[in-house]
Design a protein around this ligand. Structure first.
Ligand SMILES: [Zn+2]
Ligand SMILES: [Zn+2]
Length: 228
């Protein structure tokens, strides 16, 4: 599969100004990879080698099962299960289990083909975001008009900005400040909404307006965990 990133104009991700744009990007990649893995990827033996080795996390197995047909799911599992039998299950266990094999199982359990592909694409995507931000006004304005950057992506962006393909040290303080404002302003307003929400359960608040607090629990969860 080609780098999906190259086909996505970055403005399309930032234009809607609805929630965290980085969540939107991740969400889109996730949908594409889950569809791809139970579809076109079936024709690519190299990908099966990878999925046999890495497997999938619970979230992505569930999505594949929901989105994909049963046969592709079963075929992926058939060779993945066989690989686990061959690698980690000795014909007859004598004495203690092999430490390396147990380590291998632990690694297998914590790896996911879809998560890895998304993570790698996200780094390319962020490099494009940084490059556009550095270029200046138009994108920078769009960046600052985002409703917020969720907590997960705040941490991701702030770290990625200093890495390879990040932002030059001269411009970093501005970038940090703008990104921090996007996260903090929203966080503070969210906290105020939650406080208001709580206060509405007080009998003294009877008849008062819920204001923007009605969906503050849902919005807090989305802010704290990224989109579901
Ligand atoms: Zn996000
Ligand atoms: Zn995953």
């Amino acid at each position: 599969m080609k780098e999906t990133i190259c086909t996505i104009p970055i403005n399309d991700i930032f234009m809607p100004k609805d929630g965290c744009p980085i969540c939107r990007m991740e969400d889109m990649l996730e949908k594409q990879y889950v569809k791809f893995i139970t579809g076109d990827a079936m024709m690519e033996p190299n990908i099966r080698i990878e999925t046999n080795k890495k497997g999938f996390c619970h979230r992505h197995f569930s999505q594949m099962f929901t989105v994909g047909q049963k046969l592709p799911n079963a075929l992926i599992l058939e060779s993945h299960l066989q690989e686990i039998i061959d690698k980690y299950m000795p014909a007859k266990l004598k004495g203690k289990p092999d430490k390396k094999q147990l380590e291998g199982i632990r690694e297998e359990l914590s790896s996911c083909y879809v998560c890895d592909r998304i993570a790698s694409d996200m780094h390319h995507f962020m490099a494009t975001v940084f490059a556009e931000w550095v270029k200046g006004e138009e994108f920078r304005k769009l960046y600052n008009e985002q409703p917020f950057i969720c907590l997960k992506h705040y941490s991701f962006i702030m770290s990625a900005a200093t890495g390879k393909g990040g932002i030059s040290s001269k411009l970093l303080p501005d970038f940090y400040a703008e990104t921090a404002a996007l996260t903090k302003n929203y966080l503070v307003s969210l906290k105020a909404d939650i406080t208001h929400f709580c206060s509405m359960f007080d009998y003294r608040s009877q008849g008062q307006d819920w204001g923007t607090s009605k969906d503050s629990i849902e919005r807090s969860i989305a802010f704290l965990t990224g989109t579901d």
